[in-house]
Design a binder for this molecule. Structure first.
Ligand SMILES: Nc1ncnc2c1ncn2[C@@H]1O[C@H](COP(=O)(O)OP(=O)(O)OP(=O)(O)O)[C@@H](O)[C@H]1O
Ligand SMILES: [Mg+2]
Length: 358
């Protein structure tokens, strides 16, 4: 799934890709190459996100991308960037059957009609699931309504935001080939990491970020529900700092190093997140009449087994840390091999952004 916003995206797949997930706290970048029928991870890096007010200025993005390129030393100039949950909206819409290029234009001209909201000066992109392309058994050949419309995943971003990203990449000597909504990242990675489960089960992918967390609920390979919850690692650290009257930095250190010491605090801080995520799962289960069999957790907080266990208590459904590396050959520099297992769940979105282009 790409939803890349960029007009000139070539349908030809790339051989290698650098992908940069611009998180609100931590930037995660990966280099992925095709290897035979599969893929290899050639490098990764984590950097503090640049600090800015409302929007990331292109010059600052260029500087940041230069620093990333220096760490990664990519052998390609093409980069796939992520657009965070505040910069790209992801929705479902029922659209007439037509080529994606036309859909994008139709959405631009009739936004309110299809997305129930005006979004001036936005660009749109669409993904038509393979399931939606196949006629349903219930579709009668003579039923004009079913043959005219199908459910499409739509992403929308401000035109200026896309322009700034393209310019920011250019300033670093790179070409922004894709801009992928970060929400979609875990879905792309999950498809490759666990293809059987992806194709057959009803699962939820939960990415716990810094400011926000997201949930994507998939049914047999189709993305049914997406939701963003304004709770992430930042709230956990802040809550611990407040409860124990210690500094943010101290609380962060304990959360990462000795989470069992702050078990009661973490448990109570995870209740609101669990409740919001559970509500989305309940909604899905009711709508689809199908239970969610498992939840796979990604993002920085998924580096903590402890946090994921506590979330499982709240959600009352099996929660596992997603290992996004299962399908990748490792071609990492020796010093990164020891680190990758630890960092892996936090790289899920960056990997998904790379896979969109490969
Ligand atoms: N080992 C760990 N245990 C618990 N939390 C961790 C660990 N490592 C990182 N984190 C937390 O992960 C958070 C950052 O996660 P992540 O990189 O997924 O966020 P982000 O992508 O920058 O944010 P967003 O997705 O909201 O834009 C921080 O709050 C940090 O405290
Ligand atoms: Mg993130």
């Amino acid at each position: 799934m790409g939803l890349p916003f960029i007009d000139s995206v070539i349908s030809r797949k790339r051989d290698q890709m650098m992908a940069v997930d611009l998180g609100s706290r931590t930037t995660k970048a990966v280099c992925v190459k095709r290897r035979g029928q599969g893929f290899a991870l050639c490098g990764f890096t984590l950097l503090d996100a640049p600090i800015y007010e409302k929007t990331l200025p292109p010059e600052l993005l260029s500087e940041h991308l230069k620093a990333i390129a220096q760490a990664l030393r990519p052998t390609t100039k093409y980069v796939s960037l992520t657009a965070g949950v505040n910069d790209a909206q992801v929705r479902h819409a029922d659209l007439p059957r037509m080529p994606v290029h036309d859909m994008r234009m139709v959405l631009k001209l009739n936004t309110k009609n299809y997305l129930q909201q005006d979004l001036p000066n936005h660009v749109f992109d669409c993904h038509v699931s393979t399931r939606a392309q196949q006629p349903k058994p219930s579709d009668k050949p003579t039923d004009p309504a079913s043959s005219q419309k199908h459910r499409v995943l739509v992403a929308a971003a401000r035109q200026q935001f896309v322009k700034d990203f393209v310019q920011g990449a250019k300033g670093a000597g790179l070409v922004a080939d894709f801009i992928v909504p970060s929400l979609i990242g875990p879905v792309n990675t999950f498809e490759k990491a666990m293809p059987e489960v992806f194709a057959k089960e009803a699962v939820a992918l939960v990415d716990i970020g810094f400011k926000n967390s997201s949930i994507c609920i998939l049914l047999e390979g189709e993305l049914i529900i997406t939701r963003v919850v304004g709770i992430g690692g930042d709230k956990l650290t802040n809550g611990v700092a407040e409860a124990l009257s210690i500094s943010y930095a101290e609380a962060e250190g304990i959360k990462i190093g000795m989470p069992s010491e702050i078990q009661p605090q973490l448990e109570s801080l995870l209740i609101p997140l669990g409740r919001e995520l559970r509500a989305s799962i309940d909604f899905f289960e009711h709508q689809q009449d199908r239970p969610v069999s498992r939840v796979f957790v990604t993002g920085g907080s998924a580096r903590s087994e402890f946090i994921v266990q506590k979330l499982q208590q709240e959600l009352m459904v099996e929660c596992k840390i997603l290992n996004p590396m299962t399908f990748l050959q490792m071609q990492l520099p020796p010093q990164q091999i020891a680190e990758i297992e630890q960092v892996a769940p936090q790289l899920t979105v960056a990997l998904g952004a790379a896979l969109a282009a490969l």
